[in-house]
Design a protein around this ligand. Structure first.
Ligand code: GLN
Length: 476
């Protein structure tokens, strides 16, 4: 088990090697550590838990021998650095938290540990999860392993890279507006964004609380399913977490659909101007393929699609400006030195501690919430969000799933869009609607363009139908 390609990218295979004694968890962790070490230039890890991961591996090897191991024994995770792991740095990719240690485990981390998953470290991301390219991190940009001159997507860019380059089996990321699906598409793996409320946000650093969700990166539906089964479900520490029953994803993700009973929609607004021709053809071919298999396929309309980017940025910046007010140099992390007056200390701390994109959003958010502009922007944004939700409610009265491209283009060059925030924001055009509507969505890798860059297909589903998305993946 020495070279990176020899670690299977599937939990079933890893489990069978562990159970038959051909592999130990210690060897597994060592192989991942080797892959991490060999690919340091990708700039993936902010904190590596090498010693602890090996220690945990040893303990889990014992449990496997004694047949007392939990259901995630043999899974190694990386964690986006916006999720709390007790006593470890929790930087959010920001200077302002670059010296801050988390004081508790997030609920998802507790649940992973209880089932014997191993956490190998915390990975890079755009500062406070704001970005689509992983270029906004205080710790420097992350590179796309498929082509190192290109971005991996963002904000959970390094989570996607860690899975794509076999530095771990699975990764937890977060989504506010596409941050799991877009990097999955750019790196050629799968990413699941769950229904708002499906997974507890306790221990996830807030960006825009009415949008934020934790989600999972992986290589196949069984692996993502079993991880979801462990981390999903009600948590009394998150009042927005849902008590709707968690499906048995592990057992059921591989069951086939009866195509005749399933209706698939594709929204015409997702195939218009701005979409790369090769991606368009690739996705339409897949839709045709599903039709041939006997699925009922129909064109639908989501008329409010043209307002999703504006609405998303007005509302998320408003929420961010409020959430990020807590970083004042008093309670958390970095504090600017030598400020004679308290107010100067706040100003200097925030001016020095936040990067440009975060500052831009705090200012935008403060503006849209200000007394004079609240009605014109924030309140109107809330109303339009409601109409976008209604678009989806209407659509899901007609169809079970909606298929679209995940992104309008494949991965762009590092530096290409940094000077043009609007061009960067438009990259999220197909992904942010699921966050506005609170519905689940998945990006699965389906093809490559002429430069051999991967792209994903997005499936959006009804609220709490994560199982349906995982099952649909089988059909594509
Ligand atoms: N790219 C989007 C943004 O910058 C999405 C971020 C996210 O989902 N965390 O807001």
């Amino acid at each position: 088990m020495n070279s990176m390609n020899s670690i299977p990218k599937s939990l079933k295979e890893i489990k069978s090697l562990l159970e038959s004694g051909q592999l130990t968890c210690v060897e597994l962790v060592n192989s991942y550590l080797e892959n991490i070490n060999e690919q340091k230039d990708l700039n993936v890890f902010i904190t590596l838990f090498d010693k602890e991961a090996l220690q945990r591996a040893k303990e889990i090897d014992e449990k496997i021998k004694n047949k007392t191991a939990g259901k995630l024994a043999g899974t190694v995770f990386s964690i986006k650095d916006v999720i709390s792991v007790k006593d470890k740095l929790l930087t959010c990719g920001s200077k302002i938290l670059s010296n801050f240690d988390a004081i508790y485990d997030a609920t998802v981390i507790e649940r992973l540990k209880e089932e014997d998953a191993i956490i190998i470290g915390k990975v890079n991301c755009d500062e406070f999860a704001m970005g689509s390219s992983n270029e906004n991190s205080f710790f420097g940009p992350v590179k796309n392993p498929v082509d190192k001159t290109r971005v991996p997507g963002g904000s959970s860019g390094a989570s996607a890279v860690s899975v794509a380059s076999n530095m771990c089996l699975l990764s937890l990321g977060s989504e506010t507006g596409g941050s799991i699906r877009q990097p999955s598409s750019f790196c050629g793996i799968t990413g699941l964004k769950v229904t708002y409320g499906r997974i507890s946000r306790f221990g996830l650093v807030a960006f825009a609380s009415s949008f934020d969700t934790i989600g999972i990166f992986g290589n196949n539906n069984y692996d993502i399913g079993i991880a979801l089964e462990v981390i999903a479900g009600f948590d009394e520490r998150d009042s927005t977490s849902s008590d709707i029953k968690v499906d048995n994803y592990t057992e059921e993700t591989e069951t086939k659909f009866d195509p005749e009973k399933i209706k698939i929609g594709y929204a015409k607004e997702y195939f218009e101007e701005g979409l790369d021709e090769e991606i368009k053809k690739g996705i339409l071919d897949k839709i045709e393929f599903l039709k041939q298999k006997g699925f009922a396929v129909k064109e639908i309309s989501l008329p409010y699609s043209k307002y999703v980017i504006q609405t998303y940025y007005i509302l998320t910046c408003a929420e961010a400006s409020s959430n990020l007010s807590r970083y004042d140099g008093v309670r958390y992390g970095y504090r600017a030195g030598d400020s004679p007056v308290l107010e100067d200390m706040y100003v200097n701390t925030r001016s020095e501690g936040f990067g440009d994109e975060v500052k831009r959003r705090i200012m935008l958010g403060t503006y849209v919430l200000s007394a004079g502009y609240y009605d014109a922007y924030y309140r109107k944004g809330q109303k339009v969000r409601r109409l976008i939700m209604k678009d989806f409610e209407d659509a899901f009265n007609e169809v079970d799933f909606i298929i679209s491209p995940t992104t309008p283009t494949t991965a762009f060059k590092i530096g290409e869009k940094v000077e043009d925030p609007l061009a960067m924001y438009l990259n999220d055009i197909y992904t942010v609607s699921a966050n506005l509507a609170g519905i689940p969505a998945i990006s699965i890798p389906v093809g490559f363009d002429k430069n051999n860059l991967p792209y994903g297909l997005q499936i959006m589903g009804k609220k709490f139908d994560e199982l349906g998305l995982l099952r649909m993946w089988n059909e594509i």
